[in-house]
Structures are given as C-alpha cells and as structure tokens.
Design a protein around this ligand. Sequence first.
Ligand SMILES: [Zn+2]
Length: 292
Amino acid sequence: MHFCLSCATDHAQADWVCPHCGFTPEVRSGFRCFSPTLADQGGSFDVASFEGLAKAEDSSFWFPPRNRLITWALGHYFPQASSFLELGCGTGYVLSGVKRAFPQMTVTGADIYVEGLERARRRLPDTELIQVDGLALPYRSHFDVAGAFDVVEHIDDDVGALEQMKLAVKPGGGVMVVVPQHKFLWSRIDDLAAHRRRYSRAMLERAATAAGLEVVRIMSFAAWTLPLQMVSRMVSKPKGDTLAEALELHMPAMLQRFLEAVLDIEQATIRAGVNYPFGASLLLIAKRPEAK
Ligand SMILES: [Zn+2]
C-alpha cells in the first residue's frame, strides 16, 4: 500500500493522490518528491560526488563484486520476491544490477537527492524513482524486499531508517543492508563521505533488533582484501578534498582486476556458508516478522 505522509493513512492510488486528505506529492524533474524540504537542504552527502561515484562504480574493484553478493543474497534468501525497494539508490548502480539479475522483478528506487535520481534514471529509464526522507517512507506492507547499501551509516537515526524499511515490506518480507565494518578502519574516506559510524556485528544486530527485525544472517565480506586495504591506506593517503577525488582510486587497472577476482573467490566461500569474523563490510539479511 501507499502511505500518506500527510494524514498517515494507507491508500492504493497509483497516482499517489491521497483519497482521504487530497495530499499530492510535488513533482520535480519528473520525480515525485515526498520530502522536498530535505531535497533542498540536502543530507550529509556531497552531491558533487555523484559524478566521481558513477565513474568509480564502473571501474573500481569494489562495486561489481558487491553487486554480485547482493543479487546472490536476494535470490538465495528471498527466492519468491517479485518486488524490491532500494533506499538510497543514488546513481542506480545496485538497482540496475538487481533488474539485470531478476528481469521479472518490479524495482523501485528512493533517494533523498534529486541529483542522484537523475543519474539513476539514465540507468533505469522505466523504473519508479522517488525522492524521500529515509525516516518517512510513503509505503506500508508494499514490497517483498527492501535494501539499503552503504546508506544507514550516513543516517543519525539508523534504527528509524531500518524500521521504515521494515514497515515498507510485507509481513514476512525481507530487509537487506550493507554497512562499513570496524571502527579501526575509519579513514579520510569515511570523513569525506560523512559517515556517522562504522559498525561492529553486534552494533548492526542491535540496531536491526531494535527496529523490530528478525536477523537471518550477518556476514562479513571483503575479508581477504582487508590486509591489502590496510597496507594501501598506510602507504597512500587518498588525495583530494572531496569524496569524488578520493574515490578516483589511484590504483592501476591490473590491481583493480586482481582485487575483484580475489573478492569473487571469497564470495564463493561465503555462498558455501563460511562466516568471516572480519571484513571491510557487513551484509545483514533480516525479516519483518509475520503478522500475529
Ligand atoms: Zn492523506
């Protein structure tokens, strides 16, 4: 169901006009904006970074394997899913990967930034993309699965965001979250990306439970590349004053492809059930409890 943020009632109007109070979301650049004030003020992310981010997504060792892990987990843990919401879809890199892996799935992208949605529209021309506040989603019991990938670490009230994702999926539906792991890995990239925190496994589990989710599995990934990342952070500090510059990884293409291959081999072990105690990131698989 759609959820009217003005009068707090559910409705099923495809045009989003609330039948109870008449509320109609504002449209900007073709996107329905459910929190236009926030779109103006912006959140913590530097929108100039979308350009650098889009480049990094295509060329770095990090983003393609992360997509493969996400699409594997979606198919493995939620094989019946036919609808998917991504909160914080940014440039649409993950969402377009999900659509490629599951062409029959109805996918929806939501982001605070209209600038991000404009980039996402190039990758996903026929997809519903909406501007939202992650703490006030206009859906109730609507999707089979909702995901947020490297997003909730930007939000002060991470439990609130997880709770909104829980409410947006149907009872028994899934929630998938990727966050950066280990406080000791905090670097200038975390500062530039305006991260509020890096997580421990226990922190992520506590946040999910506090949001009313049932944890299915929490897995560390990018464990094998961690020693290399630590060395590389010691010997070469990221250059530039913006995330866009820092993300243009000054790593030779051959090294990028090598690290990508290492992550792919590691993923084969994760799929086989290996649980690593460390890794640059955590992937949470959780469920909204069935209605009692
Ligand atoms: Zn209403």
